[in-house]
Design a protein around this ligand. Structure first.
Ligand SMILES: Cc1ncc(C[n+]2csc(CCOP(=O)(O)OP(=O)(O)O)c2C)c(N)n1
Ligand code: SF4
Length: 425
């Protein structure tokens, strides 16, 4: 199945910016390949080029400056070859993360890297990058750069890239992107551009072609013999990122719309495993579910919270921006979500009766959670109370799922589920 790859929103770049042409050529190449947008992962990073990710209807991941290739390497290593991993970086990010580029080429990670090579840092006002050619003028380098820039294509070629090719970013170059995307393993396309806001103004007398020619940047395709792309499965070290235990649909859910749930508790109190068990139980009842865990790097202390989304439809956007339901089992979780619950205009907050009273327009229910469930059972019990009260799915699914998973033999909340909740006035 193919489909549209871009939203209808106007592209976010300055008029005349070459980044827009890269985007349109990428979309055209994807259409020509006939892949589904949901089989494509676009990894971007900081820079003007990276602000495009909200416009793509593919999966998108946005990383730190210069780190898109490293992120994409992890993704490509864990995905099957039926998926397409695309990377957008600027010439700034490409040089800041040069070792990542070189390693990705060397290990032949299965990805296509498109460098938006506008010869400067666009987003921060036009400083030269490590790839800016000698003599090219920018606002912070008005006399022209003193040293030559890195030849990015040569660098990745000598590291072993299956394919590396430079193009002038004008007109239709979608065939070059198609060729890179159909190359097994690491392929890079460096698209030479002029930043219309900072580059053209400071180099008015020189065409893009002349700048590239004077810098002796070759347009010749560079190839290495085809070798097997790096995949974790193929080395037998671990399973694919997509390999999870199948969950049988044994129950029927009552939920008829997408809802988001926040669970706030403390480190060491089973918050993450409770949220995961809850999400699995929802799936066992026929729903789609996502779970995201958030906790400090010092995992044994402080807050531990989770965002869960449930929906009768597939979940294509897994962020819980405005929560519908919140369960709070400890002071750490309460403090973490204090601002969120203050801003809630509706929805339901279920909290342990020992916690302070929140300021919120949501409905608040206090219940005796920690005392009967114990600190390690409080999170699962609170989620069970929400499932029952809002008829999300049968709590029997939760009891059964907790008896099967990582909680097996350690936690049984079934005897607690008859206890009444206390409603706030
Ligand atoms: C590690 C790091 N260093 C510096 C910055 C500041 N910074 C933000 S955008 C940018 C320049 C981006 O230039 P480029 O990657 O070429 O992309 P463009 O904006 O030209 O598309 C810089 C230096 C940052 N965000 N992170
Ligand atoms: S500042 Fe330059 S790179 Fe950034 S959007 Fe504008 S023209 Fe493009």
């Amino acid at each position: 199945m193919s489909g549209r790859f871009l939203t209808d929103s106007p592209l976010p770049f300055c008029g005349g910016c070459g980044h827009g042409l890269v985007v349109r050529n990428t979309a055209k190449a994807l259409e020509r390949l006939g892949v589904s947008p949901l089989d494509v992962v676009l990894v971007t990073d900081i820079g003007c080029h990276g602000i495009i990710d909200g416009h793509f209807l593919t999966h998108t991941v946005h990383g730190l400056h210069g780190r898109a290739v490293a992120l994409a390497a992890g993704i490509a290593a864990g995905l099957p070859e039926t998926k397409t991993v695309l990377v957008y970086v600027g010439d700034g990010g490409a040089v800041i993360g040069l070792q990542h580029l070189v390693e990705a080429a060397h290990h032949n990670f299965d990805m296509t890297v498109i460098v938006h090579s506008n010869m400067l840092y666009g987003m921060t006002g036009g400083q030269p990058s490590g790839a800016t050619p000698c003599g090219y003028r920018t606002p912070s380098c008005p006399a022209g750069k003193a040293e030559p820039g890195y030849d990015l294509c040569q660098r990745v070629h000598s590291a072993g890239a299956a394919s590396a090719r430079r193009v002038i970013g004008k007109g239709d170059f979608s065939d070059v992107i198609v060729e890179a995307m159909t190359t097994p393993g690491f392929a890079m396309v460096e698209v030479m551009e002029h930043c219309s806001s900072y580059g053209v103004k400071h180099n008015p007398e020189r065409s893009l072609e002349a700048i590239v020619r004077d810098a002796e940047l070759s347009m010749e395709p560079l190839r290495n013999p085809v070798t097997k792309p790096f995949r974790i499965e193929s080395r037998g070290e671990a399973l694919s990122l997509l390999a999870i235990d199948p969950i049988d649909r044994r129950f029927r859910a009552g939920l008829d719309r997408r809802i988001s749930i926040l669970l706030g508790g403390s480190a060491g109190e089973g918050v993450q495993v409770a949220a995961e068990t809850f999400a699995r139980a929802a799936i066992a009842a026929g729903l789609s579910a996502t779970k995201k865990g958030i906790y400090p790097v010092t995992v044994g202390v402080g807050y531990s919270v989770a965002e869960i989304i449930l929906s009768p439809e597939p979940i294509l956007y897994a962020a819980a921006i405005t929560p519908d339901l919140v369960a709070l089992t400890s002071l750490d979780g309460f403090k973490y979500y204090q601002r969120v619950i203050t801003e809630m205009r509706s929805g339901h907050i279920l909290m342990d009766e020992e916690l302070p009273g929140p300021v919120t327009n949501a409905t608040v229910t206090r219940a005796d959670i920690r005392r009967p469930a114990g600190k390690r059972g409080a999170a699962l019990y609170a989620l069970a109370l929400l499932a029952r009260q809002h008829r999300l799915f049968p709590t029997a699914a939760l009891v059964e799922e907790s008896a099967r998973g990582r909680l097996a033999g350690k936690l049984d909340i079934s005897h607690l589920l008859s206890q009444p909740d206390k409603e706030d006035a």
